[in-house]
Design a protein around this ligand. Sequence first.
Ligand SMILES: [Zn+2]
Length: 351
Amino acid sequence: MPHSSGGGSHSGGSHSGGSHSSHSSSRSSGGGSSSSSSRRTSNQPFKGAKRYLYYSNNKPYLVYANYDIRKTDYSSLISYIIIYTIFFLPILAGVFWVMISSVHVPKKLDYFENKGKKPEIVIEDNLGIFEDEKALKKSMKAFYEETGIMPAVITVSNETWNEDYSKLENYAYNTYVKRFHDEAHWLIIYSSSYKDNGFDDWYWEGMQGDLTDPIITSERAYKFNISLQNRLLQRDTYSVDEAIAATLDEYRPVMMKTYVDTVRFVIFLFMFLLFSGLSVLSFFTTAKPKKAPENYRNAKLCELTTVYQEACGFCGGVYIIGMHTECPHCGAAIPAHHYIKDAQGNVVQIM
Ligand SMILES: [Zn+2]
């Protein structure tokens, strides 16, 4: 559906078009607790724990843990990745997208070219006020060739619409929909009547098709409106058609220029850098995998019910009998022992 690109009147100045595109954005808020079952070590056995044997300062130690104490802890990295993916990443992507979309690179509209038919140039001066229709037509054609948007210019008297419509904008909308079955036209309606006191009571309204939005951005339409309004106020210099032609000529080269919404770009660039920095920071503070402590890395699962210690005959280091064939401290072979084992194969007594 077309929408107003703005307009103006003799007494009221120019106004900008209504907001048309409402970007509805829904963001799913993800969450949920992702705490991995807590890792626990203890000197005492507890439910779910296994017993590990490790050595420190040539002495054996036993520790109970509900996780493999020899392995690097990736649990915080995994939580980080989950939280990052459902929460941080969409925000970061959104911020990045808004940042990039503040750079407008207008592409010539190919609507009519794709249809394979050149659109008719509509100039309808029902008021009979145009002084150089040929020149206006030339300007409209040039505007079309540059942008792919076909302007149309119609003049009417105020009586044509002011009984049925409260605003020229509504009449312009209806005229657009009735006349143009596309969204690639830019209709400019100029309306006027002389009041009894001789005051020229004129209004004008632009109606742009949705396809023209990336080219006639609201900022450009706004500037166009001010420029056209100023020319329409200089009736000694410009006739109405000349004012429209001159403003189309003025904005034809501007319409296709790459345009950066600098304020938006800078704000979102700042936000993007901030979020990126936060993700890096939170990675190093919370997500870094924790390596197992040095002592734990060579730990062994120890399921012996009874534990006997013995000192190595070579290095004097203490080890647990039944867990090694070589001394865990110096690597010397451990002499054979005479064990008494229980039904499960555990050492219960040394002879
Ligand atoms: Zn030894």
